[in-house]
Design a protein. Structure first.
Length: 357
């Protein structure tokens, strides 16, 4: 008998996130570790009248591809384009068993793959097809979060299976304040004092359409105008590698100084991926107060109520005109519950992670 939590999550993905309509072609992608959710999502698409197609991945094959593929093979994305450009909706289920599998892959190999996938990624980021990303609990994720598998299941399903309509109402009120402002100043621990320009931008309220769990609103900043320094206490994992203690200093939008207490070499590899990698593509405000702790998982951490995140690299087209362009999009999260403050055009709007309006 299926776990009712999995059934509910599949219902959210198909009927709330994608709002699948009769006749739509829906791709469901995940590894063999996520078969229970893949099955329930497949069943839910059928009930909605859609045409489901699955892309079930074997754990470890991506690592084999990246380590052993030639430059020509790494630069080929034909299979992905064949699927992405002919579907109406995409359910991507993250379900890694070994989250460190790519740790020692040479950076040029991952960069080559990212460049090859960029057209398909831009296709999705421009909302030319519906898409949603979620996560299924695995032993690998449990180890990263320092939880048992059962604890992680409770954490994930508790975060995903929520009332997104209520979360959306609360975020709309906060986003209205930001929409009317030009400059967002973030002040916090370890010398953080950074200002991001969002003049002329309108916030995108994310309430379970593209990410599940969800609960953030975000902006495509005027990326040439970021000024100041920010320190990220929470560790982050990017392309299978853990980086922590990141400090970034911006001048005229560009990262001109950078350091990390762990993984600094990889930080610089990411910053040097291309010209756009040193500029911001996103300012995000976490607003899901049901997620109360970081787990080194960006899908959850960036939604934490009382946090902000900055994304280096590619901007989302719908977030505003003249957005940054890059082969990377790397979200890095900072908590503001311990002495943090946020100002809109000089007016205090959040203190210690709580709204003050």
């Amino acid at each position: 008998m299926a776990d009712e939590r999995v059934v509910k999550l599949a219902h959210i993905l198909v009927n709330h996130s994608l709002r699948v309509q009769p006749g739509e072609k829906i791709l469901i992608s995940g590894s063999t570790s996520a078969i229970p959710l893949i099955k329930e999502a497949y069943r839910a698409v059928l009930k909605a009248g859609g045409h489901p197609h699955t892309n079930v991945e074997v754990p470890g094959l991506l690592g084999t591809f990246l380590r052993e593929g030639s430059e020509e093979q790494l630069s080929y994305a034909g299979w992905q384009e064949l699927l992405f450009y002919h579907m109406d909706g995409y359910i991507n289920i993250l379900s890694e068993e070994n989250t460190k599998d790519l740790t020692n892959v040479e950076s040029w190999r991952t960069t080559a793959r990212s460049k090859a996938r960029r057209p398909a990624l831009e296709h999705l980021m421009a909302d030319k097809a519906k898409w949603v990303l979620t996560k299924y609990p695995t032993q690998g994720y449990a180890q990263d979060a320092e939880m048992s598998l059962e604890e992680l299941e409770d954490f994930i399903f508790g975060a995903t299976n929520v009332d997104y309509a209520e979360i959306e109402r609360s975020m709309l009120a906060a986003a209205a304040r930001f929409d009317a402002a030009s400059k967002v100043r973030i002040v916090g621990s370890n010398g953080t004092d950074v200002t991001v320009d969002i003049e002329g931008r309108k916030g995108i309220v994310a309430a379970g359409r593209h990410n599940v769990p969800d609960g953030e609103f975000y902006y495509t900043p005027n990326f040439r105008k970021t000024e100041g320094t920010i320190f990220f206490e929470w560790p982050t994992t990017y392309k299978g590698r853990e980086i922590s203690g990141i400090r970034l200093t911006f001048r005229e939008g560009k990262v001109v100084e950078a350091s990390a207490q762990k993984g600094e070499a990889f930080l610089f590899e990411a910053l040097d991926a291309d010209e756009g990698a040193r500029y911001l593509g996103e300012l995000g405000i976490g607003a899901n107060f049901g997620i109360d702790r970081p787990t080194k998982d960006i899908l959850f951490d960036e939604k934490i109520g009382g946090s902000i995140h900055l994304a280096l690299g590619q901007a989302y087209e719908k977030g505003g005109p003249d957005g940054n362009v890059s082969v990377i999009h790397w979200d890095i999260v900072k908590g503001l519950k311990d002495g943090g403050e946020m100002y809109l055009d000089g007016e205090l709007v959040q203190k210690d992670g709580k709204w003050v309006f």
